[in-house]
Design a protein around this ligand. Structure first.
Ligand SMILES: C[S@@+](CC[C@H](N)C(=O)[O-])C[C@H]1O[C@@H](n2cnc3c(N)ncnc32)[C@H](O)[C@@H]1O
Length: 194
């Protein structure tokens, strides 16, 4: 059993909602998106099976985070569409905005995901990170997310905070609070060292 599904079960949460009927044309586009993933960027996304991990994370967003089909969603450190690709199935009436610091990944996502699902948009933040964007022009502690206050009803970040130090984490949480609406929800993953 997948670890994230097991985690949802441990909390006594349902592991999936009733799925909408498959949209054949979207499924064909998703097949192409997966087939055309630029392999050189996959190692930076993390270990595990890209497709299964992505599906599991969407399941977690629904079951633990309470994500709905009409939410306005922000994905901080979105990477190469591991979550955005399967999320196209769910977010038919909402919107998705992904932020990342790797310009080529944002370009690929925009061509391949926004090109199919215009309610999915991506923005580049030129933030410095020794692994992902060593020549970035901004320090993460001074980042301003490029969105007005209270833009989103739901936000998430998967495997982002393991790449930020304390001051940057504080700044990202402040920005997250600013762009979330009152009663907005966020699901963030962290490493727990116990
Ligand atoms: C391990 S990957 C996870 C990607 C995606 N969240 C997923 O679950 O597939 C970490 C991502 O965080 C991005 N990242 C690193 N530092 C960042 C920062 N300061 N602000 C935004 N994104 C950042 C990287 O470019 C990379 O795409």
């Amino acid at each position: 059993m997948k670890p994230l599904v097991r985690l949802a079960q441990l909390f006594g949460l349902p592991t999936s909602k009733t799925s909408p009927p498959p949209n054949r044309s979207l499924e064909r586009h998703i097949e192409h998106q997966i087939r055309d993933l630029p392999e050189q960027y996959l190692p930076g996304i993390g270990i595990g099976d890209f497709i299964h991990e992505g599906n599991d994370l969407v399941c977690l967003l629904e079951s633990v985070g309470g994500l709905h089909h009409d939410d306005k969603v922000l994905d901080i450190g979105c990477g190469l569409g591991r979550v955005a690709i399967p999320l196209q199935r769910l977010l038919a009436d909402g919107s998705y905005d992904g932020l990342d610091i790797v310009a080529d990944i944002i370009r690929w996502n925009t061509i391949n995901i926004t090109g199919v699902s215009p309610n999915f948009r991506f923005k580049h933040l030129d933030v410095r990170n020794s692994t992902y964007n060593p020549n970035g022009s901004l320090d993460p502690e001074y980042v301003t997310f490029p969105y007005p206050n209270e833009s989103f009803s739901f936000a998430f970040a998967t495997s982002l905070f393991s790449h930020l130090l304390e001051e940057a984490t504080r700044r990202y949480l402040e920005e997250l609070a600013r762009v979330l609406r009152p009663r907005g929800r966020a699901l963030l993953t962290f490493f727990l060292l116990n």
